[in-house]
Design a protein around this ligand. Structure first.
Ligand code: ADP
Ligand code: MG
Ligand code: MG
Length: 902
């Protein structure tokens, strides 16, 4: 704000002044309290101090000018409305001071209830409640407890212990058995605890209590747990929290009072109905704190029918209004219902789909909005196999669901042991306090990874997600002792070799083997469940929303598939062609022999003989794939990896030769091989002789592949099918490379294709930064581009993927150098810019140039949106990601004003 600004900045809003769309300014809680107030629901009066005031406080370390006076003015009008003054000794107004950021951060920040109580107003409060001393002292002890803990950092256990002591002295477990005298005694004990830890008496001045509580809420934004939570949930660090000051209503006035939470639908399954918990004679936090057993919300009907009916009515109105699942907090004060909070509720992935489908049925939202409210990450979750948890299994610990999936296996504590046991065919779960780069081999060998420390960006989490491996991190109830090869959890010792099961979605850990069941959603995609005729609400909802996504999306979705079987499966998942068919696996297995002959050939004849032997094998590979993808385009990438990958490792070969020589055996062939391997050794193979470079150096190699592709296409087409091959040249950096390959390929194609009607396109990958930057020239020679964003990311950042992910990505994530691995989600600003440049300049040179992406980003939700924006024609991804890409491509294509439902 400019210094000469004369209009005073507005930092405080009465509930009547706000609305639900002001979440940035008023936080979610404040905006929704305002919305309910304006809807005429019974919300206790109050006001909201803005996130801007919080940000100003956090940057300057003091309350901004004007804030104190605005609070004063709003407090006065609240006092007038309530007919009481804050902390008045005769008839006190009490308030709660509640945090509330734009995105809900459950349990992360602070709330203080009963502000305004002191040694004198506690008497007035009792009188106000008709001489209910017990209630008044109960409220006072709660204030000291919450204020001490959240405002002055007094360790919470001290208060809990004092409360336990009081209950023990009374010979009870139940806090309701404590009478007014007991609670008065407890207040004394609490005050002593307060004084001991803060070096001062509990503040008696109501306004000072209020100001300190507001300041504590501001500061709670930067509390460590809030910082960690935000990082995990990718909530920006600079939003700040609002503060709500709300007139207190009391659920702890007796049996005709109470407090509860409610959901308008089941947030677990999405089923319609009334879900919630109620606790009589209690205040706010008691419900979630679990101090007494709550009753199911339905029972409120017996306890207080009038309030129950009224609540149901408000719940229906809120759903109608927000057009979504609402999550509600309420309190009943002597038979009068008060609404204390609402928000669009969090839900499981399954509930998200089911609810979106129901709301369409109910006419509350349209299909575009339903599509907007689900996402690819949720769909991906629903596609993992799940544990069948219908019987005895209880989790023994809960960590962070760091990488989804369900895995059971024998516990091991070292990477070496994991590798050993896995080699014997065992499923193993690698358990560590935290992993480090030395554990990489063990992580690869393990079925799942379980750590007792670290969050979603720890080494274990990052690497496991990169590998698509199930991982639970930060299960801090586990006491892991690696040297002793055991861990202790819930009083039980788990030794190496014992079986555990981990759920990478929920973060839960089970002892023993939990049976796994396949996902119904996958069964549906595979065609074994008919969505119209089954009674599974989830499958029906998924079907409906996917159908809409398909109707709306502009991006086509292809798959990466190297075999006919993969192609067939991907097709069932909805793939509209193959965007990347790798040919290197076709050179492995029992074909290695031929490849060695090719590489070792010392004459043209030897080399040609090897290629001639490979040709029919390759042709069969392609025939199989073209048949499965009948009528759809298949992009075949010519051989890409460095040749030494097809030869035995240098060390092993050297040892073999030495041993054989020792024994006096004939080693001429091995020696030749060894010499070839030495000759081909590269310091940086990923930047060496590979891709198009191979084709230019080894005569006849690409020609053989081109011929095999063309012959396969002709054969499939002649036998009544329709093959649409697209030949893709990898690692091109300069148009001349492509022109050379293309000239040779076109000759072969013309010769093979003849009058068969087969059309073969020739294009290139864009995966070297130079290719992106000279895309205008390259487009002159290419009929299509396919962005290889894995290599483009490697070369754009100068990262060797295999080295960096295990070595230091966790640190980069921790430091916030990036919010997510650039191999997981495309780096829009850097690598994405290369894609944008190449797309624009390529299309400028050749209008209508076909553009696609075949890196793993093709199945990543955020990246799919980016590729839609850049105007690509299709994305290509692994078969399992095809439905995710279809959904996200649909979401990218619709624009709605829907709510931000984080
Ligand atoms: P959280 O964000 O952790 O849910 P809240 O600010 O909602 O924290 O407050 C915690 C509890 O205190 C809630 O159960 C809420 O209903 C209760 N509460 C907050 N303000 C009041 C009030 N003015 N009167 C009665 N109960 C309140
Ligand atoms: Mg709280
Ligand atoms: Mg709340």
């Amino acid at each position: 704000m400019a210094a000469q600004e004369t209009v005073e900045h507005k930092y405080v809003y009465d509930f009547a002044e706000g609305n639900k769309d002001l979440k940035d300014l008023l936080g979610g809680k404040g905006a929704n309290l305002a919305e309910m107030t304006n809807l005429g629901l019974p919300v206790p009066p109050g006001f909201t101090i803005t996130t801007e005031a919080c940000k100003a406080y956090l940057t300057t370390g003091r309350e901004p000018d004007g804030l104190a006076a605005q609070i004063e003015a709003h407090l006065e009008s609240l006092e007038r409305e309530m007919g009481r003054k804050l902390g008045d000794p005769q008839d006190p107004l009490l308030v709660s001071v509640r945090s509330g950021a734009k995105f809900s951060m459950p349990g992360m920040m602070e709330t203080v209830l009963n502000v305004g109580l002191n040694d004198r107003s506690v008497v007035g409060l009792s009188a106000q409640a008709g001489g209910n001393d017990r209630f008044a002292w109960d409220s006072y002890r709660r204030l000291i407890q919450m204020f001490g803990k959240t405002v002055c950092e007094v360790p919470g256990e001290e208060f809990e212990h004092a409360l336990d002591d009081a209950k023990r002295a009374k010979g009870t477990q139940n806090d309701l058995d404590l009478d007014a005298d007991d609670l008065r005694g407890l207040v004394d004990a609490y005050k002593k605890i307060f004084a001991k830890h803060t070096g001062r008496e509990f503040p008696q001045e109501p306004r000072e209590q209020l100001d300190l509580a507001i300041r504590a809420v501001f500061e709670s934004w930067n509390a460590e747990r809030a910082v960690v939570y935000r990082r995990q949930e990718r909530i920006p660090a600079d939003l700040g929290t609002a503060v709500n000051v709300v007139a207190m209503v009391f659920g702890n006035l007796g049996a005709d009072s109470g407090t509860g939470v409610a959901f308008t639908r089941d947030p677990g399954s999405g089923a319609q109905g009334i879900y919630g918990d109620y606790l009589a004679n209690a205040q706010g936090e008691d419900v979630v704190a679990g101090i007494r057993n709550t009753v199911p919300l339905q029972e409120l009907e017996q306890i207080d029918k009038k309030s129950y009916d009224e609540l149901l009515d408000y719940m229906a109105r809120l759903e109608e209004h927000y057009k979504d699942l609402c999550d509600i907090e309420f309190t009943i004060e002597r038979g009068k219902l008060w609404m204390l909070q609402t928000r669009v509720g969090k839900r499981t992935a399954a509930a998200a789909f089911v609810i979106a489908g129901q709301l369409v049925d109910e006419g509350l939202i349209d299909l575009d909005e339903a599509l907007h409210r689900v996402n690819g990450a949720q769909l991906a979750q629903l596609m993992f196999p799940r544990f069948r948890l219908d019987h005895e299994f209880q989790p023994v610990a809960k960590g962070i669901g760091a990488s989804p999936g369900a895995a059971s296996g024998k516990v091991v504590f070292t990477s070496a042991r994991a590798v050993e046991l896995a080699a014997e065919g065992e499923s193993v779960i690698l358990v560590r306090r935290e992993t480090n780069p030395d554990d990489l081999n063990g992580m690869i060998a393990a079925k799942g990874i379980l750590t007792s420390r670290g969050g979603k960006t720890s080494h274990a989490a990052v690497v496991a997600r990169g590998m698509g491996k199930t991982c639970v991190s930060g299960a801090d109830e586990l006491d892991v002792n690696v040297p002793a090869k055991k861990f202790i959890v819930a009083g039980q010792t788990v030794n190496e070799g014992d079986v555990v099961s981990i759920d990478g979605t929920t973060g839960k850990v089970y002892l023993g083997e939990v049976p796994v069941m396949p996902s119904e959603v996958v069964q549906y995609f595979e065609g074994s469940l008919d969505p119209e005729h089954i009674d599974n609400p989830l499958v029906r909802a998924v079907h409906r929303i996917m159908t809409h996504a398909d109707a709306k999306r502009r991006l086509l979705v292809r798959t990466n598939a190297d075999t006919g079987a993969d192609a067939a499966r991907a097709r069932r998942f909805g793939a509209e062609g193959i965007g990347l068919c790798r040919t290197e696996h076709m050179f492995l297995g029992d074909r290695r022999e031929l490849v060695e002959r090719l590489i070792l050939a010392s004459t043209d004849e030897e080399r040609e003989a090897a290629l001639a032997a490979l040709l029919p094998l390759q042709r069969e590979d392609f025939i199989d794939i073209f048949r499965e993808m009948d009528g759809l385009p298949v992009t075949v990438r010519l051989i890409d990896p460095p040749l030494h990958e097809f030869l035995p490792p240098l060390e092993q070969l050297a040892v073999n030769v030495a041993v054989a020589q020792e024994r006096g055996e004939d080693v001429a062939k091995e020696e030749a091989l060894l010499a070839a391997v030495r000759r081909m050794h590269e310091e940086n193979p990923m930047l060496g002789l590979r891709g198009v470079r191979l084709g230019l150096v080894i005569p006849g190699l690409f020609a053989m592949q081109v011929r095999a592709i063309a012959e396969a296409a002709v054969e499939v087409t002649r036998s009544g099918g329709s093959a649409c091959p697209e030949i893709m040249v990898p690692l091109v950096g300069a148009v001349q490379e492509l022109e050379t390959v293309r000239a040779e390929a076109e000759k072969i194609i013309a010769e093979v294709v003849g009058d068969s009607g087969v059309e073969v396109l020739i294009g290139t990958m864009i995966e070297v930064p130079r290719a992106a930057l000279t895309a205008g020239q390259i487009a002159e020679a290419a009929q299509f581009f396919s962005f290889g964003t894995n290599d483009l990311t490697q070369m754009g950042w100068g990262f060797s993927r295999d080295d960096v992910e295990g070595a230091f990505f966790w640190r980069y994530l921790e430091l916030g150098i990036f919010g997510i691995s650039p191999f997981e989600s495309i780096d829009r600003e850097g690598v994405g810019r290369l894609v944008r440049i190449a797309a624009e300049e390529g299309r400028a040179a050749r209008p209508g140039l076909k553009l696609g992406v075949c890196g793993e980003h093709g199945g990543d939700p955020d990246s799919v949106h980016f590729f839609h924006e850049v105007g690509l024609d299709y994305v290509s991804c692994s078969p399992f990601r095809v439905p995710v890409a279809r959904l996200e491509a649909g979401r990218a294509a619709i624009t709605t004003t829907g709510s931000d439902s984080r």
